[in-house]
Design a protein. Structure first.
Ligand code: SAM
Ligand code: SF4
Ligand code: SF4
Length: 342
């Protein structure tokens, strides 16, 4: 296959599309209180019927189209992506796409002991595991689960053994819930040779009871780590990188913060999101997505129609919700994170 022609597509604020997050399911085996509170996502909640989900071929067709418009990085997410049956088959299809240089997956890690080897064999490049506490009781409280943190730690080791390193771990800190875990997690990550990133608790969706007081500002996280193990800033790799990176001065690797609330980075946001049923979202805080599945399933629509539709959606994009939040606060309906992925 030759190198495909890539169009430099820009939105109304001059931002290219470089990353695509693909949600492969809206289901999850945890009920993290900041994401899928059980009161909302309980036994009566209706998840997407399987028949509605995009097939692997349909996802691959959209990702190939996106790659032709500038996307180089794809992250599979959910819900919990490892709940999607036969996921390695999708990975094998995606890694074959020209222009895609980075294929990653975000998971809560619990199913990695069984699946890490197959994911690596299929060609997955990288993995990020979400872990919000080291203390078992806190983990169970945050994730509203009877599962043990040992399962997540085993998952991380299984991923490493399968060659999916270097491993990143994401922690969402919420004041009064798990902010006391900060130093323990940082100390563990230094020893375990994983790169930890602390993410500010965001007001995604409308069900997680977000209050500004619940946010542990990235600046506070940096100060607390620095007080224990001195750190110094590292330059970003590229403008679209959302994590602010720091290096331990004693050589024990790096740690990062994602200041989505206190230092919004919309002006550099090059990220699109695809829901499990094929809606394209141009912002994490959007109320609705743009239906690409109808184009996919329209027999009269060829790849050019799909490409034109994708390009038209991105070209019209003006989103800057987090910057607006800083200016005037967020209001109105918005999609749940478990629906379009983090
Ligand atoms: N289930 C997988 C997992 O937990 O890694 C993938 C999907 S989850 C929605 C992706 C990421 O979003 C996780 O790292 C999670 O911690 C983060 N997340 C969910 N709700 C959030 C919120 N309200 N604020 C900040 N991050 C959030
Ligand atoms: Fe599930 Fe991930 Fe949301 Fe937790 S953060 S409820 S693991 S989708
Ligand atoms: Fe991007 Fe929307 Fe987040 Fe701003 S608020 S960084 S535009 S996803």
């Amino acid at each position: 296959m030759g190198t495909p022609e890539v169009t430099t597509l820009r939105d109304r604020l001059g931002r290219p599309v470089e990353d695509l997050r693909v949600s492969v399911t809206d289901r999850c085996n945890l009920r993290c209180r900041y994401c899928m509170p059980r009161e909302v996502f309980g036994p009566d909640h209706t998840f997407l019927p399987r028949s509605e989900l995009l097939s692997f071929e349909e996802i691959t067709r959209i990702v190939r189209t996106a790659a032709g418009l500038g996307v180089t990085k794809v992250r599979l997410t959910g819900g919990e992506p490892l709940l999607r049956k036969d996921l390695p088959e999708l990975i094998a299809q995606l890694v074959a796409i020209d222009g895609l240089t980075d294929l990653a997956l975000t998971t809560n890690g619990l199913l990695l002991p069984q699946q890490a080897a197959a994911l690596a064999d299929a060609g997955l490049h990288r993995i990020t595991v979400s872990l919000d506490a080291l203390d078992e009781a806190t983990f169970r409280e945050v994730a509203d689960t009877k599962a043990s943190i040992l399962g997540v730690l085993e998952g991380i080791e299984a991923a490493r053994a399968a060659g999916l390193g270097p491993i990143k771990v994401n922690t969402v800190l919420r004041r009064g819930m798990n902010d006391d875990q900060l130093e323990d997690l940082a100390g563990w990550a230094r020893e375990a040779d994983v790169t930890l990133r602390f993410i500010e608790f965001m007001d995604v969706g409308t069900t997680n009871g977000w209050l500004r007081d619940g946010v542990v500002p990235a600046a506070e996280v940096v100060d607390r780590i620095h007080a224990r193990w001195p750190i110094e800033p590292v330059d970003r790799d590229h403008p679209g990188e959302v994590a602010e990176r720091y290096r331990y001065t004693d050589g024990a690797g790096e740690v990062g913060v994602v200041a989505s609330v206190t230092r919004a980075f919309c002006r550099d946001c090059t990220r699109a999101r695809l829901s499990a049923i094929g809606e394209l979202y141009t912002c994490l805080f959007a109320a609705t997505g743009h239906d690409l599945r109808a184009v996919l399933r329209d027999e009269a629509a060829d790849d050019t129609r799909l490409r034109d539709r994708f390009a038209a959606i991105w070209s019209a994009r003006t989103d800057r919700a987090s910057e607006l939040r800083a200016e005037e606060g967020l209001t109105g309906p918005r999609v749940e994170m478990s629906y379009i992925g983090g």
